[in-house]
Ligand binder design. Structure first.
Ligand code: GDP
Length: 548
């Protein structure tokens, strides 16, 4: 098989460069990214192909099995119980041409939850997978908005071009208009569906095709002088090639040219047409990430931003996962390193509690195994086993006291009252809710009046997981009942304003505190929310809040 990666200029240059990288610059060799998509667009298939291309798995099917199992609710629960699988899939690390890729999984089915959003705070770039027949779907858009909040650069992979699809222009127009992002075609299809001959890489002028016929993986790279190279006429049927030339030339006129700077700033998305299933353009995607996606970025804190070059070791917890053994309640906290060189056994300051934490057995996660991490640099994700000390949003820092900011909590879309099945087990239920809120599974709201706690979730399936885990791990049955509230908003008022006091006087039963004591307004419907906004113009209502 022709080595596609070395054919691309960008990565060839990098593999030469990495031999000279000084230890303090090693972070520049990290590419930490996530894939965002709507269910069924092909994320699992693409993940698998990326892992295969990176040599992290040897056989097709390894990730697929997980994807298929994920489809039914009961199986999803079973997977949750076998926590080993979902823990190791939170981050999948692989190497290719001297670069280390950390692919962070964003659960994206019915199991969609805050985890997904928070994972995006721990990456430096994202791949947006779009089904070529369907275009941009609801969940892709939601996830895209989160990326935009953090200016995360996005590469677009338009998948399933082996099947009948929408016209490339239509898809590019949709990206530009619905996402307000410049689209720059970089890998353009030559024919589509049954007339698909291959792809043309605009950056390298390579024609990518299969020596074995139309439905096979790309194994041939034919360097061309450009799209008008007469050698293309020999390889592709006359009508198709002229259509390709016309469409590519129109695309180049009508859309943006690839600009690495604009991409890194989050204003432009390079667009690759391909197929995860057929292995079209997967190597080109990796080349693009390798060559142009940014290495670890500067991270915002409540003080000065942290540069990946800072010597002080820092990181933040973006996910906590309860471990396999429910009897021990031990957990793994996933820490995204932001600066310095972390070494095993290091003592880090747990900023929230002010206590020192010695990290004896940090874990690195590969696609199919875990290893103890002896050292790690900015961009890496290490798992830290603990007994509940670490929670989502926590900062660890070797010396300086600082807090990373920007890890959001989202207003829940579903609110429910949780009642213990047995009134003797109120305490267990409260502990369970508090613990699981720390893990980020649910949000807990304590009404200012009354003693029954309300939980909020972003996806309804989280409620089933909640009941099952409270029963399994805390030995308490719960019932989950509807409440009159539909959504929640974090509220604050500027100093000197009496808006909150007035609101309390008027709507005490709609007020609650979240687990950190922040005031929350529970709204019955959007009309009520608008009404409150109008009547209390001082009041700031937020649908996200930053974890501290
Ligand atoms: P996910 O839900 O986004 O993880 O999607 P999957 O990777 O599970 O894919 C959903 C379905 O689309 C599966 O049946 C895949 O086999 C199929 N699929 C994925 N990529 C392609 C592709 O490039 N071409 C075609 N024809 N089917 C694909």
């Amino acid at each position: 098989m022709t080595d596609l990666s070395s054919a691309a200029g960008s990565t060839a240059a990098l593999s030469g460069a990495q031999a000279d990288v000084a230890p303090e610059d090693e972070f520049r060799l990290r590419r930490s990214f996530a894939i965002i998509s709507h269910p069924d667009a092909g994320k699992t298939t693409l993940t698998e192909k990326l892992l295969l291309a990176g040599g992290a798995i040897r056989m097709a099917g390894a990730v697929r099995a997980r994807g298929e199992r994920r489809r039914t609710r009961s199986d999803w629960m079973a997977i949750e119980r076998e926590r080993g699988i979902s823990v190791s899939s939170t981050v999948m690390r692989f190497e290719r041409n001297g670069l280390v890729f950390n692919l962070l999984d964003t659960p994206g089915h019915e199991d969609f939850s805050e985890d997904t959003y928070r994972t995006l705070t721990a990456v430096d770039s994202a791949v947006m997978v779009i089904d070529a027949a369907k275009g941009i779907e609801a969940q892709t858009r939601k996830l895209f908005e989160v990326c935009r909040l953090r200016d995360i650069p996005i590469i677009t992979f338009i998948n399933k071009i082996d099947r009948e699809a929408r016209h490339p222009f239509e898809l590019l127009d949709e990206i530009e208009s619905t996402l307000a992002l410049d689209a720059a075609p970089v890998v353009w299809p030559v024919g589509m569906g049954t007339d698909f001959y291959g792809c043309f890489d605009v950056l390298t002028n390579n024609f990518l095709t299969s020596s074995q016929g139309r439905s096979h993986a790309f194994d041939t790279v034919r360097p061309m002088d450009g799209p008008d190279d007469p050698r293309l006429d020999e390889a592709v049927h006359g009508d198709i090639i002229s259509e390709f030339r016309d469409s590519l030339s129109l695309a180049r006129e009508g859309y943006s040219e690839f600009d690495a700077e604009a991409f890194r700033e989050g204003h432009l998305t390079p667009v690759i047409f391909g197929s995860a299933l057929r292995d079209y353009s997967v190597d080109q995607l990796l080349d693009l990430i390798a060559g142009f996606a940014p290495p670890p970025r500067t991270q915002p804190t409540d003080g000065d931003p942290v540069e990946p070059t800072d010597e002080n070791v820092t990181g933040f917890v973006f996910k906590v996962q309860a471990n396999m053994d429910p009897n021990h309640r031990d957990r793994i906290a996933f820490l995204r390193l932001c600066s310095g060189r972390f070494r095993r056994g290091m003592k880090l300051n747990h900023v929230r509690t002010g206590k020192a934490l010695t990290v004896h057995s940090p874990v690195l996660f590969f696609a199919q195994e875990r290893q103890i991490a002896d050292d790690a640099v900015a961009g890496d994700v290490i798992g830290i086993p603990n007994h509940g000390t670490l929670r989502v949003g926590d900062t660890l820092s070797e010396q300086k006291v600082l807090n990373f900011t920007g890890l959001p909590s989202f207003a829940p879309e579903v609110l429910r009252r949780v009642m213990p099945g047995d009134s003797g087990r109120v305490k267990q239920v409260r502990t369970a809710l508090q613990d699981l809120a720390e893990e980020g599974l649910v949000q807990v709201f304590k009404p200012l009046i009354g003693s029954q706690w309300i939980v909020g979730v972003v996806g309804i399936l989280q409620l089933d997981v909640l009941s099952s885990r409270v029963a399994g791990e805390y030995g308490a049955e719960i019932t989950v009942e509807p409440v009159q509230f539909q959504t929640a908003r974090w509220i604050t008022a500027p100093a000197g304003s009496d808006a909150i006091e007035k609101l309390k006087a008027e709507a005490l039963t709609s007020l609650a505190e979240d687990r950190d004591g922040r005031m929350v307004f529970l709204a019955r419907n959007s009309w009520e929310l608008d009404n409150i906004k109008q009547r209390f113009p001082d009041l700031v209502l937020r649908d996200t809040c930053e974890l501290t």
